[in-house]
Every structure is written in C-alpha cells, then in structure tokens.
Design a protein around this ligand. Structure first.
Ligand SMILES: [Fe+2]
Length: 246
C-alpha cells in the first residue's frame, strides 16, 4: 500500500493543488492528513472540500482546526494566528465547520501499518523539535512508525536499541528505507507553510510493502497564495513568511 502523508496544509489551496498535481504522476492508494488543514491561509473551504473528496482520505485534527471550528478559543495563540483563526471560523461553511469539529484526535492507527499524530502521539498539542522530545515520545509509546506534524519541519527521528538519531531531509526527494528493529517518528513537513527555510511544499509518500518513506519538495505559486491572503484582509506577515519558508 502506498500512502500519501500530508500535514499542515493551513488553507493554502495553491500549495495543495500543486502537491496533488505532482502526485498524479505517481501511484498512491490512500491519503492521510496529520492536522491543521486550516488556519493562516485564505482558502479554508476549498482545502477542506478538496481533501474530503480525495480518495481514501483520513484526517486527524490539529490545534488550528480546534480553534477555527470553535472547539477551543485559542488562548495560547499569538495575535496573528488568532486573527486568522477567527477569520477562518467566520468563513467556513456550516457543513465544513461541523466536519472540522468532528475530526478525531490523534493518534489514529492506519491499517496497522503506522500511526498518525498532530503534535505527538502522547499530546496532540505538544511539539517535537529535537531528540529530547522525540526520546520522551518513544519512551511513552510503542509504535514502530508514527508520522507527526505541528512543527512544520521535515525530519526523521529513529530509535535503535542503542541510540537515537536525527536525520534532516534534503533535496527535492529524500528517500529513507526503514530498518527492522528500529522505531521511527517522521514529520513529512508542511504542505502550506513550511518553516525549515525552504518555501516549497513538503509532504511524504510511504510505501508499506518495501518500507520506504520519500519526503518530496514541490514548488507552487507562492505569489498567488500571498495575493489571496492580502485580498482576504488577513495579516500581512502570513503572506510574507511563505516566501522565505519560516
Ligand atoms: Fe500547523
């Protein structure tokens, strides 16, 4: 089975369409999203409509999905994130708002092949930035493979019986074959708001038969996404940061 792993789309329709267009040339069977479908960008309804109609699609909620759909009020959000979340809440159709509210909390098991989480499989709102957080998650879970999002930073943490390793991804397609007896926490990066200094969309493909994960980077029309953000009256920094991938 080949799984398309998407995370942190953040209402960026230009980025999502570029990713789906790129994947037309590749074979995949099911798609999953690790949360934060909306928030920040200007096309929340279009992103939800597109993902909902994607074949064999499973999603979990992210912290922005919770605030945008009214499950939480965003007390922990900065001013710009909160402004975008409240804008999104007003813009969502009644159907999409209810659909977003009903997204399950991670972790969710996918076909017994891997699990998906937004922040971590222990706490959906917590971040994994480095090996200390990754090790803490490995200690409190037993999954062999978990894909997580939230940090918008593509990275692979692996735990063998004697060491933990951080593998930073690079290039337009970064391939890793998963080893037997090693556990993995993998962030595919963000489709709609990358923060690793590379503004291209980031996502992954997992081939469970051969146990290979490939993290792809795909360019999209950043200028178009920025125009939409400005036209919507959303805070200017949300447009600016897309150019630099921060
Ligand atoms: Fe996010």
């Amino acid at each position: 089975m080949r799984y398309l792993i998407l995370s942190d789309v953040h209402s960026n329709m230009d980025a999502l369409l570029a990713v789906l267009q790129f994947m037309r040339r590749k074979r995949w069977d099911k798609a999953v999203c690790l949360g934060d479908l909306v928030g920040y960008g200007a096309n929340p309804n279009q992103v939800i409509d597109t993902l909902r109609k994607t074949r064999s699609f499973t999603a979990i909620r992210g912290n922005h999905d919770k605030v945008c759909s009214g499950i939480e009020e965003g007390e922990m959000f900065n001013r710009i994130a909160l402004e975008a979340a409240m804008w999104t809440r007003k813009k969502l159709t009644r159907f999409n708002l209810q659909w977003l509210r009903a997204l399950p909390q991670g972790p969710v098991d996918i076909d017994g092949a891997f699990s998906i989480a937004h922040g971590t499989p222990v706490d959906e709102d917590a971040y994994i930035f480095g090996e200390i957080e990754a090790l803490n998650v490995f200690r409190h879970t037993s999954d062999g493979l978990c894909f997580f999002g939230h940090s918008h930073f593509p990275v692979v943490f692996s735990l063998s019986p004697d060491s933990i390793t951080t593998i930073l991804t690079s290039g337009s397609s970064f391939r890793i074959r998963l080893q037997e007896g090693v556990r993995y926490l993998i962030n595919p990066g963000s489709v709609g708001q990358p923060r690793d200094g590379n503004p291209q969309s980031s996502f992954a493909l997992f081939d469970s038969k051969v146990r290979v994960v490939t993290i792809y980077r795909v360019g999209y029309s950043i200028a178009s996404a920025q125009r939409r953000i400005q036209r919507a009256g959303l805070p200017r920094p949300l447009a600016d940061r897309l150019s630099i991938g921060r």
